[in-house]
Design a protein around this ligand. Structure first.
Ligand code: TXA
Ligand code: MG
Length: 350
C-alpha cells in the first residue's frame, strides 16, 4: 500500500484540504495516523467494527486490548455512553481537551471490536488542532491507540510512525514532535470510586483537587507482573526498546559512579552500551553512547524525549542501556511507570 505523508506547519492546519482527505479516508472505513499532544495515534471510525479491526491488524495488536475513542465535542459523549457521572463531567470541564482518558459504560453504537469485547468505553478529547480537525472531518468518533507496532515505544515524531507503519496504512499526518510525549492518564468511572488505570501528565493530585477521592489500580502500585491490571494494555511488555534497560537509583554521584563502572564492564564484554543522563550530568559519562533526556529543572522535557531516545538507541544497535532514575512528584510518576515497564522492573539501588 502506498502511504501518503502530509507535513503541517502551524498556519496550514485551518481548513486544510489534506485533513478533509484524511477525514474522508476515516469515514470510508480506513485508518490514518495523526498527532495528538501525548503521542501519535492510529485512527479509524470508532463506530465501524471493520474499521477498528484494521487498526489491530496494522499494529499487530492483541484483539482483547481496547481502543480509546477520541471526540472533539463534549456533547458527543452522550452518544457513546449510557451515563456520565457528575465527577467525570467536572474532570472533563477542567482537563478537556487534554491528556485525560475516562472510562464509562458504553452505549450500543460502540461495537465490541472497538472496546476489545468490554461493555465499557474509554474516551478522550485530545488537545491538538490537527487531531481535533481530523475528528470533526472523520465523523466525530475516532478510535486510536498509539501509532506504533505493538510492543514498540509509542511514537512522538512522525518519523517513528513512518518507521513502524509505512506501507501498512494509507496516510500519516506529520505535526512534528508532540508536546507531552507520554500517553494520557486513564481514569475508570465504571466503579463507585474512580480509579487511575494508567498514570500520565494529569496526576492523581490534580484529579483529587477537582473530585476528591481517587484510587490507583493496585496492580500499578505493586509494580508487579502478577494479577491483572484493569487496563488490559498495561499487562503487555509495552514501551520496550530492543536493548536491555537497567535503571540505577540513589544519590546522584553514586549513581554516576555505578553507571560508569557498569558501562566499562559491558564494553569490555564487547557490548554496544547506551547511557541516559540529563543536561546536568551527561558530561560525567566518558564511555558509551551518552544521551541527555532533558533537564531535571523541567521534568516535562524528560517525558517528551523518553520514547525518542529509546528508539534512537535501537537504531544505533545498542544492546544494553543504563539510565538514571527520574522519580519526581508530578509527571515523574508517569515517567517511572513507563521506564520501569521498559526495564522489566530492573533497578539497581546504590
Ligand atoms: O494518549 C493516549 O491515550 C494515546 C493517544 C493516541 O490518544 N492513546 C493510547 O492508546 O495510548 P493505547 O491504545 O496505546 O492505550 C490505551 C490503553 C490500553 O492500555 C487499554 O488497555 C486501555 O487504554 N483501555 C482502553 N479502553 C479500556 C476500557 N474500556 N477499560 C480498561 N482499559 C481500557
Ligand atoms: Mg499504546
Amino acid at each position: 500500500m502506498e502511504t501518503i505523508i502530509v507535513k503541517f506547519t502551524e498556519d496550514t492546519i485551518q481548513n486544510n484540504e489534506k485533513i478533509k482527505t484524511a477525514g474522508k479516508i476515516i469515514r470510508e472505513g480506513g485508518v490514518v495516523a495523526f498527532p495528538t499532544e501525548t503521542v501519535y495515534g492510529l485512527g479509524a471510525d470508532a463506530l465501524n467494527s471493520r474499521a477498528s479491526q484494521k487498526i489491530y491488524a496494522a499494529k499487530g495488536r492483541p484483539s482483547d486490548n481496547p481502543l480509546i475513542v477520541h471526540i472533539s465535542n463534549i456533547e458527543d459523549l452522550r452518544k457513546i455512553t449510557i451515563e456520565v457521572p457528575e465527577k467525570a463531567k467536572k474532570l472533563a470541564a477542567r482537563f478537556w481537551p487534554g491528556p485525560l482518558t475516562m472510562i464509562f459504560e458504553k452505549s450500543e453504537v460502540v461495537p465490541l471490536e472497538t472496546t476489545g469485547g468490554l461493555q465499557t468505553v474509554a474516551v478522550r478529547m485530545p488537545n491538538h488542532p490537527i487531531a481535533l480537525a481530523l475528528i470533526q472531518e472523520g465523523g466525530g468518533f475516532i478510535a486510536a491507540p498509539s501509532a506504533n507496532i505493538s510492543g514498540r515505544p509509542s511514537p512522538t515524531l512522525a518519523e517513528h510512525v513512518i518507521f513502524d507503519l509505512y506501507g501498512r496504512i494509507p496516510m500519516i499526518l506529520d505535526g512534528g514532535l508532540v508536546g507531552i510525549g507520554l500517553e494520557s492518564t486513564i481514569v475508570d468511572f465504571s466503579e463507585e470510586i474512580p480509579m487511575i488505570l494508567r498514570p500520565g501528565y494529569i496526576t492523581k493530585e490534580m484529579i483529587q483537587e477537582v473530585i476528591g477521592e481517587v484510587r490507583v489500580d493496585p496492580w500499578l502500585v505493586a509494580a508487579s507482573e502478577e494479577g491483572h491490571p484493569k487496563a488490559p494494555g498495561m499487562k503487555y511488555k509495552h514501551y520496550a526498546p530492543k536493548a536491555q534497560l537497567i535503571l540505577v537509583s540513589g544519590v546522584q554521584e553514586r549513581v554516576q559512579k555505578k553507571i560508569n563502572n557498569l558501562v566499562k564492564e559491558a564494553m569490555e564484554a564487547g557490548k554496544q552500551v547506551g547511557i541516559i543522563g540529563t543536561d546536568e550530568t551527561y558530561l560525567e559519562y566518558p564511555y558509551g553512547i551518552v544521551k541527555s533526556i532533558g533537564t531535571r529543572t523541567d521534568e516535562d522535557t524528560i517525558a517528551r524525549h523518553l520514547y525518542k531516545i529509546l528508539r534512537e538507541f535501537d537504531d544505533q544497535k545498542v544492546e544494553i542501556i543504563y539510565s538514571e532514575y527520574f522519580l519526581t512528584p508530578k509527571i515523574g510518576q508517569a515517567i517511572m511507570n513507563r521506564m520501569l515497564k521498559a526495564a522489566g522492573q530492573q533497578v539497581i539501588e546504590v
